[in-house]
Design a protein around this ligand. Structure first.
Ligand SMILES: [Zn+2]
Length: 119
């Protein structure tokens, strides 16, 4: 298995999902420390923070989604969302680019950090 590129939105979404579960597990673990109220409160608070953070990330994905470009993947023919100058297909992870000058070049996440962001 070589280096895998995956779609950014999918990546962020997975992270947010993991964070929600982590938050729930952390809060659940807090229940084992009921004898120590302060410790329990700290653990519960950490779990709560994780859930809040993932909510913020979900909100952020919503904002990002409005900036993405819908394209038809040349490889699998499905509609996918491209974020930034280069991104991967949501379904088959085929590298896609929005920049003609980068076409044919090797896929590199670095292209997204080049100066001259279109914002
Ligand atoms: Zn595809």
């Amino acid at each position: 298995m070589g280096v895998k590129y995956s779609n950014k939105i999918n990546k962020i979404r997975t992270f947010a999902l993991v964070l929600i579960f982590a938050g729930i597990i952390i809060m659940y673990l807090g229940l084992f420390f009921q004898t120590n109220f302060i410790l329990m409160s700290i653990i519960m608070f950490l779990g709560f923070l994780a859930i809040i953070a993932s909510t913020v990330i979900y909100f952020w994905i919503g904002m990002l989604s409005s900036k993405t470009v819908q394209v038809v993947c040349p490889d699998c023919g499905k509609h996918t969302k491209v974020l930034g100058r280069v991104d991967a297909c949501m379904y088959c992870n085929t590298p896609l680019t929005m920049d003609k000058s980068l076409e044919g070049k090797e896929f590199d996440e670095k292209y997204n950090h080049k100066k001259g962001k279109e914002e």
